[in-house]
Design a protein around this ligand. Structure first.
Ligand SMILES: C[S@@+](CC[C@H](N)C(=O)[O-])C[C@H]1O[C@@H](n2cnc3c(N)ncnc32)[C@H](O)[C@@H]1O
Length: 362
C-alpha cells in the first residue's frame, strides 16, 4: 500500500516523444524511413493528392522529422519542420548536414506560440499532433496567416468513440501523474519476458503517459471549418461509439482559398476549448462497464506502483495488437479476424476488470 506517496509530475512534452516513445519505435532507420514513405503516400492518396502535385510546394511538417525527409524526397521546394522537442530538431539537422540538403529548415518551437520561420505554406501536414497541443486555438491563429491562397491543412487526429481511444481515455486516469515509462516497461517485461514488440511498447508509453491527450469527433472539425469559412473535406463516419475495427484516427482537410479573416476566431473553436468530446456513452451496458473500469482504476491509488503498473499493462493488451510469441513452440502467433470484435472486446474487458478487482482485494 502506498496511498501517501508523492505523485510525480506529468512528463514534459519538450522531452517526451524522442526520449520515451520514438526511442522504442524508430530503432531501424531504413525501416522507419520506409514506414513514413508509405504513410505519407497513403495519407495523400486519401485526399486524392498525387505526389507530383507536391513539386514546387512549401510544406510544414511537425513531429519526429521523418516526414520532412520524405517530403523533401518527393521534390517539395521547401520543407519547414518544427517540433517542441530539441532531439527531433537535432536529429533532422544532423541528417540535413550529412545528406547536403538545403531545402529543409528545422527549428525547435512550441507551435502554439510561434511557427519559427515557416511562411507561404502550401500544405501543412498536421498528423498526430493536434490532439497533443495544450493550446490549439493559438496554433490555428499562428498557422492561418502563414498559409498561401489555395493551400491545404491536413489533420490526422485521434477519433473519440473508437475502442482504443475510449479505453485509453480511461486507463490514463491511473497512469498520468503517477507511473513512469520505466515502471511500465518492467511490468511489460514481467508479462512478456521472451519477446519485445517495440512498436507496441512505444505506443503504450505514448498512450498512457503523453502529457496532453485528447480525442475528437469529426463534427468538431467540420464546425470549426464553417466558423473559419474554410472548405472542409472529411469522409470519416459520424458514429458516436463503435468498438469494432474502426480506425482510431480520422482525417480532415481544410482548404484555404484566399485570405482568412482572423476575426472568426473571436468565437471559441469547437476543437480549441478545454472540453472536447472524448466519450459518448450510448448504451447502459457501456456506461456500466466504464463505471466498473473507473472504480478499478481509482482503487489502484491504494496499491503499490508495481501492482498498478501490472494491472494497467495487462489491460493495455486489450488496446492494440501485440506480436505474441508461443515460447513453447518458438513461433509468432497470428490471430484470425474476429467477426464479433466489439462484443468480444466488451466481454473481455468486463472479465478482466472483475479478475483484477478480485486479485487486488486478496
Ligand atoms: C505523436 S508525435 C509525432 C507525430 C508525427 N506525425 C511524426 O511521426 O512525425 C507528436 C509530436 O508533436 C510534438 N509536439 C507536441 N506538442 C507540440 C508543440 N506544442 N509544439 C511543437 N511540437 C509539439 C511532439 O514533440 C512530437 O514530436
Amino acid at each position: 500500500m502506498s496511498s501517501d506517496r508523492i505523485a510525480p509530475q506529468a512528463l514534459p512534452m519538450t522531452t517526451f516523444y524522442a526520449e520515451h516513445v520514438h526511442s522504442h519505435i524508430h530503432t531501424d532507420h531504413q525501416q522507419t524511413l520506409q514506414k513514413y514513405r508509405n504513410r505519407i503516400q497513403a495519407e495523400l492518396a486519401k485526399f486524392g493528392i498525387s505526389e507530383n502535385q507536391l513539386h514546387d510546394k512549401t510544406i510544414l511538417d511537425v513531429g519526429s522529422g521523418w516526414q520532412a525527409i520524405v517530403f523533401q524526397e518527393l521534390g517539395c521546394r521547401q520543407v519547414y519542420h518544427l517540433d517542441i522537442n530539441r532531439k527531433h530538431v537535432e536529429f533532422l539537422n544532423h541528417y540535413i548536414t550529412e545528406n547536403q540538403i538545403d531545402n529543409i529548415k528545422s527549428e525547435q518551437v512550441d507551435i502554439s506560440q510561434s511557427l519559427g520561420s515557416a511562411k507561404h505554406i502550401d500544405l501543412a501536414f498536421i498528423a498526430g499532433v493536434y490532439h497533443h497541443l495544450q493550446n490549439r486555438e493559438d496554433f490555428i491563429k499562428n498557422l492561418l496567416p502563414n498559409m498561401t491562397a489555395n493551400s491545404d491543412i491536413l489533420f490526422r487526429v485521434y477519433r473519440s468513440g473508437t475502442w482504443s481511444r475510449w479505453l485509453v481515455s480511461a486507463l490514463r486516469i491511473a497512469t498520468i501523474d503517477r507511473l513512469t515509462p520505466a515502471q511500465l516497461l518492467v511490468a511489460y517485461r514481467l508479462l512478456h519476458p521472451y519477446g519485445l514488440d517495440n512498436q507496441f511498447v512505444g505506443d503504450m508509453i505514448d498512450d498512457l503517459l503523453t502529457p496532453q491527450w485528447l480525442a475528437f469527433h469529426p463534427r468538431e472539425f467540420i464546425a470549426d471549418a464553417e466558423q473559419l469559412k474554410l472548405q472542409c473535406q472529411c469522409s470519416a463516419e459520424p458514429f458516436a461509439i463503435d468498438f469494432s475495427s474502426q480506425d482510431e484516427n480520422f482525417r480532415v482537410k481544410w482548404h484555404i482559398t484566399d485570405y482568412v479573416d482572423l476575426d472568426c476566431l473571436h468565437q471559441p473553436l469547437a476543437t480549441g476549448q478545454a472540453h472536447v468530446a472524448e466519450i459518448f456513452d450510448t448504451s447502459p451496458e457501456i456506461i456500466d462497464l466504464r463505471r466498473q473500469l473507473i472504480d478499478l482504476l481509482k482503487s489502484l491509488h491504494d496499491h503499490a506502483d508495481r501492482d498498478a503498473a501490472l494491472v494497467i499493462v495487462s489491460l493495455y493488451f486489450l488496446v492494440r495488437k501485440h506480436t505474441n510469441i508461443d515460447v513453447f513452440n518458438g513461433q509468432i502467433l497470428h490471430a484470425t479476424p474476429n467477426r464479433n470484435l466489439a462484443a468480444w472486446r466488451i466481454e473481455h474487458l468486463r472479465k478482466s476488470v472483475i479478475h483484477f478487482r478480485d486479485w487486488l482485494s486478496q
